[in-house]
Ligand binder design. Structure first.
Ligand code: PLP
Length: 397
């Protein structure tokens, strides 16, 4: 292990400049706690953008990783392995979809869903070059096709030409989505709560309205639950809050139990069957190491009742945060343990507050300049939330 200064200097000398992290060098993690290179402890209230729903280095998930690492790790999909089938069965069983296609990162799983939707349009509806409707302020990843429908200028500037065939509706506004549908439309894609946009919760009934719209026009509803999935919002998936189901579900982040990248596109047979051998793939997707880790992550989620914890503790934390009387706060919003605290523009950006929180031992990150996102590991306790609350209150006041 080396010092904070050494790491910051190595990262700055040899690393690309596409990130601007807080100047803390983490060396250890356990549950909600992390330690830096100087031995200082922090509560992790970001949880790697909801990848760490199970907390850092969950012993059962690390155990599964180590056990599998001694047997076989990567096979590629040229061959079968003895871990993938069990993982697929568990994932489909928990989510209620007939089939899953395993990838690694969220963006890859989103790309997979977009390809599936276009192919479905061609094969099932006779639509060539199908169009897909996304929402303004979306975040679905960083590949060229995915940023082709981003409305954030910085995510696109200099990276064109882009993939055609996408249109943008206003998020939360069903009329604006319906207006964009034409005979070329094959799907809509959206986040049930927009995470990167600043924890934007759409009006109640919005997902039900999107579901109805998709049924009416015979188009696919693709939900991206890469960030909201696996208990983050107090239900297994955010769509459960509205009692609907998408045709295609995209998951990632927490599916890898906080230790390994595992993502998936899920659907029933009528959509998944559009892929024939050779149509699509990923060298690492479905590898035995990832499958063993993902399987353990799903088991831990169930056994430790993390979804119910998120619902209960999220409501508790939200009600506490709402007691803070400060002229700096514009709004506090969210569901479960996915909470955004928006700072008024007149009080300045959120970044200095995140830096102050870091000094006091609480790690979080601003999103879209004004909003602080609190998404702690779902294994957090009430006492730890009380502790976090006192720190947040002292900084916001
Ligand atoms: N979709 C959503 C909703 C996300 O929040 C993210 C990442 O933050 C992604 C997709 C992209 O995931 P990845 O960074 O693993 O490609």
């Amino acid at each position: 292990m080396h010092s904070t200064e050494k790491e910051l200097s190595l990262a700055s000398n040899y690393g690309a400049t596409n990130y601007k992290p807080l100047p803390v060098v983490l060396t250890k993690g356990s549950g909600i706690w992390v330690e830096d290179a100087d031995g200082k402890h922090y509560m992790d209230m970001l949880a790697a953008y909801s990848s760490l729903n199970h907390g850092h280095c969950h012993p059962r998930i690390i155990g599964a990783l180590k056990e599998q690492a001694d047997k076989i790790t990567i096979t590629s999909r040229a061959f079968h392995n003895d871990r993938m089938g069990l993982f697929l069965e568990k994932l489909c069983g928990m989510t209620g979809f007939e089939k899953a296609l395993l990838m690694n990162t969220g963006a890859e799983a989103v790309e997979t869903a977009l390809k599936a939707a276009r192919k479905w349009g061609k094969l099932k509806r006779g639509i060539e070059n199908g169009q897909i409707i996304a929402c303004k302020d979306n975040f679905h990843g960083r590949t060229i096709s995915v940023v082709s429908f981003s409305s954030e200028p910085q995510y696109r500037d200099g990276f064109g030409p882009f993939t055609p065939g996408f249109k943008l509706a206003k998020y939360g506004d069903i009329a604006s989505m319906e207006k964009l549908i034409n005979d070329k439309t094959v799907a809509v894609i959206l986040e049930p709560i927009q995470g990167e946009a600043g924890v934007i919760v759409p009006p109640a009934g919005y997902l039900q309205a999107v579901r109805k719209l998709c049924d009416k026009h015979n188009i696919l509803m693709i939900l991206d639950e890469v960030q909201t999935g696996f208990g983050r919002t107090g239900k297994l998936f955010a769509f459960d809050h509205e009692g609907i189901r998408p045709d295609v579900l995209v998951v990632g982040k927490a599916l890898g139990g906080g230790v390994y990248p595992v993502s998936a596109m899920l659907s029933n047979n009528d959509v998944m069957e559009v892929f024939r051998p050779g149509d699509h793939g990923s060298t690492f997707g479905g590898n035995p190491l990832g499958a063993a880790v993902g399987f353990a992550a799903l088991e831990v989620l169930e056994d430790e009742k993390l979804v119910a914890r998120s619902e209960e503790l999220g409501a508790y934390f939200m009600s506490k945060l709402k007691t803070i009387r400060s002229s700096k706060i514009k709004e506090i919003r969210g569901k479960g343990l996915m909470i955004g605290l928006e700072i008024k523009k007149s009080a300045g950006p959120a970044r200095p507050l995140c830096e102050k929180l870091m000094e006091l031992g609480l790690l979080c990150k601003e999103t879209h300049v004004q909003t602080i996102r609190f998404t702690p590991p779902l294994v957090i306790t009430k006492d730890e939330l009380d502790k976090a609350f006192e720190i947040i209150k002292s900084v916001i006041k």
